[in-house]
Ligand binder design. Sequence first.
Ligand code: KG4
Ligand code: ZN
Length: 336
Amino acid sequence: MRVLAIETSCDDTGAAIILNGRKILSNIVSSQVPIHQKYGGVVPELASRKHIESIVPIVTEALNKAKVTLKEIDGIAVTQGPGLVGSLLVGLSFAKSVAFATGLPFIGVNHIEAHLSAIFLDEKPPRFPFIGLVVSGGHTSLFRMDGFGKYQRLGQTRDDAAGEAFDKVGKLLGLGYPGGPIIDELSKTGNPKAVRFPRPVLAKNSLDFSFSGLKTAVVNYVKTHPEPPESYPDGLVKDIVSSFQEAIIDVLVKKTIQAAQHQGLNRIVLSGGVAANQRLRQRMKEEAIERKLKVYIPSPIFCTDNAAMVGVVGYEYLKQGIRSPLSLNAFSNLPL
Ligand code: KG4
Ligand code: ZN
């Protein structure tokens, strides 16, 4: 079964052709970073307008790269939510129109479920059940995943998402947008022990997260310096971001391992844009090995938003004969 998958939940226009939910025939992602960069964050109105311009060329490119025509496609999968509603609507309306015109089966996909499923594009995916950590710009949640469609949420952020915290600290220090990948690089040569930022763990056994206090701690630290962050010496910036990153990672690693132990599971899957973070990948692997847990992390390009992961989920539902109606609407807070 060849699935045409479309993802437009935030600021990346993605289209992919996926064979039998596992093999990538093409995966095109058009980034809008240059458009939003000067505003220091995604401007929803600009994002949806750019999706409108990009959707036809990106889908055409995905079909061409896979060397297939629409006639050789067996189903269409598209992100329904969560995300920015204007952005979601572009991909969803386009997918519905193609489904209507071709008569192809069509399915709306949950973006979080897609992130958790990106690992199935890997050569050696995990068996169910496993603990899934989703860390992105909009989400920080822990799930127990017993199969496609079988999720139990164990914890989530009470305020900022991990990626949001990276981006806000990046903006505060004038590093550019998005802050996550920039902080990832700068931290490599910083001292993670330079500043002791708080590690918010909430109640003893809680698997919820809270990063707004950590972000405020960085703001307060910056206030103690008389000069603006833009004129900090490079070494100071690196030490601040490295210490901040380490605090976030400490909490993410601790709670994910705690979740695996609570649930008696020995497999952990990381997903979402922040799972592209090199230090997080390394730390999670190291600490899991010590506890005889196995960690699975998609390649960085499948951690950040892409349509291939939407194709994985779409295939699982379409092959069971599950379809969405053409009246399906986008839902910015779609729960999982
Ligand atoms: O999954 P994603 O592409 O979009 C959402 O669903 O939100 O995640 C984007 C987030 C941004 O906050 C970005 O700064 C963060 O993922 N991110 C990273 C890295 N790459 C992307 N954060 C830390 N280190 C990275 N290497
Ligand atoms: Zn995402």
